[in-house]
Design a protein around this ligand. Structure first.
Ligand code: NAD
Length: 435
């Protein structure tokens, strides 16, 4: 049993803190957001993540998990400190380390005994060393400590399962003692342990996300070729994905990747490469292709409708993927403002993410958690998130409710033959148009 303080109680901090509590540690999740901490102490989850609420409540009842805004005290009391604050993208595309540096300073100011400081946030190479120097500066070199890079690989929507059944834990430690301690707290998760240097661990995280983003942009480029030559990208994905060297994951063509990680991490990796004098052409192309996918989808809609002026468009899905309320860099954030600029009346559906979306998109569109109400009387329907409610739509009813049966599908959810028989105009990605 270790005493762990998690600093930053967001998607990563809250999930991993709760899982470490469940696996036998004494955990305090801390945040500067006092409202978030107050809510959590009252049992209110700040995010939507399947199974999280139940696991938090279980561990709070058990006494192994608590929440605090008194970060200084929690630093003093902990043996292990996990840094899980945000590292958002700056306007230039670099990772913003403001919050990480703030935390390092408060660790330095409150260090009172040997502690292991673990970076879970995604940070550029060299940040571990930076954290070390900030802590040493504010502690005046009085206490021993070790810094460890232990990047997080959980996926929103399946975050608890991903943590409890971790495929691997990457541990980049500056001492064997710190490595052993962090390896030990991962034992219950039966993860493969990858032992690395601090710098190697930091780059593993970016390499993993950039590789997955590359797979997505690759298949989207193939999809764009398929559209021009009359081929079907979903069959191409099956045809190449059955090769075990390639694998079938992250080979679904569509509107492109979004979310809080891939766009910012590919941009940050590009900066890392520029900073060390390397021209990483591949990652530039991955980013460019991804940005183009959103434009392509809107072009299909424009081509089908002529003008969007006064047209009612139903948009299905605001979250960047299903089973999360996270809308960071979601396709809807780009597409909805564009549609309204073109004079369209937009009605948006999402089962979970409306509250978050309103903070960004505001009242440019109307929102509903009722999918059929959203679709009613629309001139076209755009599918942006593959929520279960969207996948299982009653299509004959949809056709009946729409002003005209036009679906532009950014997730390739439906069989072409079925859409043809139902009489839809159905424009998807990398597949022949049904019209
Ligand atoms: P988030 O925005 O959900 O949470 C960050 C939290 O940190 C917020 O609650 C914020 O109030 C808090 N915070 C900021 N400054 C603080 C400070 N000085 N002291 C205490 N708390 C502070 O972010 P997230 O999605 O959990 O991501 C955290 C990190 O993990 C990022 O670097 C991200 O790239 C990485 N990551 C995220 C995911 C994911 O799916 N979200 C997956 C893997 C890695």
């Amino acid at each position: 049993m270790k005493k762990i303080a998690v600093i930053g109680t967001g998607y990563v901090g809250l999930v991993s803190g709760t899982c470490f509590a469940d696996s036998g540690n004494q955990v305090t999740c801390c945040d500067i957001d006092q409202l978030k901490i107050k809510g959590l102490t009252e049992g209110i989850m700040p995010i939507y993540e399947p199974g999280l609420k139940e696991l938090v409540h279980k561990n709070v009842r058990k006494g192994s998990l608590k929440f605090s805004a008194n970060i200084s005290q929690e630093i003093k009391d902990a043996e292990v400190i996990l840094i899980a604050v945000g590292t958002p993208m700056t306007s230039s595309g670099k990772a913003d380390l403001t919050y990480v540096k703030q935390v390092a300073q408060s660790i330095g100011e409150n260090l009172n005994s040997y502690k292991v400081i673990v970076t879970k946030s995604t940070v550029p190479v060299g940040t571990g060393k930076l954290i070390e120097s900030v802590i040493r500066e504010y502690d005046n070199g009085k206490h021993p400590f070790d810094v460890v890079s232990n990047p997080e690989f959980l996926r929103e929507g399946t975050a608890i399962k991903d943590t409890m059944n971790m495929e691997r834990a990457v541990i980049g430690a500056t001492s064997e003692k710190a490595f052993q301690l962090i390896a030990e707290i991962h034992k219950p998760f039966t993860a493969n342990i990858v032992k690395a240097s601090l710098e190697t661990a930091e780059i593993i995280k970016y390499a993993a996300n950039a590789f997955l983003a590359t797979k997505i942009s690759f298949i989207n480029d193939i999809a764009n070729i398929c559209e021009r030559v009359g081929a079907d990208v979903t069959e191409v994905s099956t045809g190449i994905g059955l090769d075990s060297r390639i694998g079938n994951k992250f080979l679904q063509a569509g509107v492109g990747f979004g979310g809080s990680c891939f766009p910012k991490d590919t941009a940050a990796l590009l900066h890392i490469s520029e900073d060390c004098g390397y021209d990483f052409k591949l990652i530039k192309a991955v980013i460019e292709t991804n940005e183009g996918q959103r434009v392509q989808l809107v072009k299909k809609l424009l081509l089908a409708l002529g003008s969007l002026q006064g047209k009612t468009i139903s948009v299905l899905g605001l979250a960047f993927k299903p089973d999360t309320d996270d809308i960071r860099s979601s396709p809807a954030l780009d597409i909805i403002p564009y549609l309204t600029e073109q004079g369209a009346i937009v009605k948006a559906f999402d089962p979970i993410a409306i509250v978050e979306a309103k903070k960004q998109i505001g009242y440019q569109c109307t929102y509903s958690e009722d999918i059929y109400e959203t679709i009613t009387d629309s001139d076209a329907c755009m599918i942006l998130t593959d929520w279960q409610d969207v996948k299982t739509l009653d299509l004959p009813l949809v056709k009946h409710l729409m002003k005209q049966p036009l679906i532009v599908d950014g997730r390739n959810l439906f069989e072409l033959e079925m859409m043809k028989q139902l009489g839809f105009t159905y424009l998807s990605v990398g597949r022949p148009a049904i019209q």
